[in-house]
Design a binder for this molecule. Structure first.
Ligand code: BG6
Length: 518
């Protein structure tokens, strides 16, 4: 979010560097920053822990990660060799205090060699139970003390529930200042998610109608086609509500619903977002069934291929009661949004990977046109496509070009790839750069994380009390369980088919989009 400056000298210290995150996300993102000259001139990555491979073997493994996951594809040899030279290892037991002293010595040597006081970014890509020993070790070695340069990054999951999130905040707060703590929600680094701020607050056009007087309801869909893959160990304890709604979907909701911040100062933006979370009407235990539904995929078909059900996935209990789909209806008790429902849904093994926000406007207050003109009439709708397509679409009514008066919906579209003709950075590139710059705008503050847990706690508790649902209740390749349709149909509405799959539902729009001359 900060202006285009190269950050000051930095060392990234990755705890848990042999895991998936370093391979798939961190190293590809850092390599892209390197290619774009965005890394500091004095820069190093230090992996701490066990690496179970030779140095050579590990570097090769990291290169494969870049080739496979970087937006730029296969890495060229020369820049890769230069980049990877900045990587070194510290073989250490993470829960032994002596490791932190060794680390402190190593960091002091780097500073001496560089003649700097570099940023030390302690990146905890660790299972939750390892966070406390590592953080306490850093404190014992005094590595937290430089409040300007020492930063700690905490990956998801941030706690397992409100209580554990509070404990984690307390632990981090004992050792670091809030300004030193960077809690990651990678959705906040996505270009289109950040663009919600620009769209709303850099234009005068939309803000006057962005309220209960004009908006009927809002839908936020984050659909995934993938199953749980190799993450069964973690996911089977988490489920869709904790894994996606508590963080990614609620953060999107905050950006859609927040009041205009006075500036992009990190605390100003986060204050406005946390206000939204506080305004969410608590769901009473006896109402949970009307406001939230859960689902779990059984076997089914995705793009012509048969896929197994969730309970047959590796490291998942064959009787698992974990939800792989969740949908919730939320209300915000404030002047702007009173009585406007926000419908959120997410799930694995849905027909496509699509994330979208749909703002559905109210119908016109009075119909000027004769019935014969409005057979195909639809209220305005604004779509914010987050992925895989990135863009904004606005649906409005136009006169169909013929001798009679007849209305037809049309769509104005803006796509990033067409408008800017560049490949947007990946979320982690933005977030890693912001960490080095010390800009926390796109990271969750302690109170935000706790407020988000508060929103879903009644649902988690009610589901625990009710006990296991009758799972599996949707086939892989379907849009979740029938109860999700009922949740919204009860209000006389339906889920909006994501833009790129809408042809069947919205024939007129597809016709106009596909054949603009017709
Ligand atoms: C992660 C979740 O935070 O986000 C995963 O733990 C999920 O379960 C992933 O698959 C989705 O991220 P993206 O960027 O692919 O939409």
């Amino acid at each position: 979010m900060s202006p285009n400056l190269r950050p000051a000298a930095s060392v990234f210290i990755i705890f848990g560097f042999a895991g998936d995150l370093t391979w798939r996300k961190l190293v590809p993102a850092l390599f892209n920053l390197y290619l774009e000259n965005r890394l500091p001139e004095q820069f190093a990555i230090l992996g701490v822990g066990h690496k179970h491979m030779s140095d050579q073997g590990f570097r090769k493994h990291l290169k494969q990660g870049v080739d496979q996951f970087s937006r730029r594809g296969t890495a060229d040899k020369e820049p890769w060799d230069q980049f990877i030279d900045q990587f070194s290892f510290l073989e250490a037991e993470l829960d032994e205090a002596k490791s932190s002293f060794e680390l402190a010595k190593k960091l002091a040597n780097i500073d001496k060699e560089w003649g700097t006081n570099a940023n030390h970014i302690f990146y905890l890509a660790l299972p939750p139970q390892m966070i406390e020993p590592v953080v306490r070790g850093l404190a014992q070695a005094g590595l937290h003390r430089d409040q300007k340069h020492a930063r700690v990054v905490v990956e998801k999951p941030f706690g397992h529930n409100l209580e554990t999130a509070r404990l984690l905040n307390r632990l981090l707060g004992e050792i670091f200042l809030e300004s030193q703590i960077f809690r990651i929600d990678h959705y906040l680094g996505k270009e289109t998610v950040q663009n919600i701020l620009a769209f709303r607050f850099a234009n005068t056009l939309f803000e006057p109608i962005w309220n209960r007087h004009y908006i009927d309801h809002v839908q936020i869909t984050v659909a995934e086609q993938v199953g749980v893959a190799h993450r069964g160990h973690y996911y089977d304890r988490a489920g869709a509500l904790r894994d996606m709604i508590q963080n990614h979907l609620l953060q999107i909701l905050c950006l859609v619903a927040m009041e205009a911040p006075i500036s992009l100062d990190d605390n100003e933006v986060r204050n406005k977002k946390v206000d939204v979370l506080h305004a969410i009407r608590p769901i009473l235990p006896e109402q949970v069934n009307q406001y939230a539904v859960r689902g779990q995929y059984g076997g089914g078909w995705i793009e012509g291929e048969h896929v197994q059900g969730y309970r047959s996935e590796p490291n998942v209990s064959p009787e698992s009661a974990t939800e792989t789909f969740a949908a919730v209806k939320l209300f915000l008790d404030n002047w702007r949004w009173q009585d406007v429902p926000f419908y959120l849904r997410t799930g694995k093994r849905l027909p496509a990977r699509i994330s979208e926000v749909a703002i559905q406007f109210r119908p016109v207050p009075h119909q000027t046109f004769p019935p014969s003109a409005v057979l195909d009439w639809r209220p305005n709708r604004l779509l914010i496509a987050i992925q895989p397509e990135e863009g904004i679409l606005i649906r409005f009514e136009a006169k169909y070009p013929e001798l009679e008066m007849r209305l037809s919906p049309v769509v104005m579209q803006f796509y990033y790839r067409e408008a800017f003709k560049i490949q947007p950075p990946q979320a982690y590139e933005t977030l890693l750069l912001d960490m080095m710059r010390g800009d926390a705008t796109l990271f969750m503050r302690a109170d935000q994380a706790e407020a988000a847990w508060k929103v879903i706690t009644p649902i988690l508790e009610a589901w625990e009390t009710i006990g296991p649902a009758d799972f599996p209740n949707y086939q892989a390749g379907m849009w979740g369980p029938e109860t999700a349709e009922i949740l919204i149909a009860r209000d006389g509405r339906s889920w909006i088919m994501p833009t790129f799959l809408r042809c069947q539902e919205d024939v007129a729009i597809c016709r106009v989009v596909a054949e603009p001359e017709s």
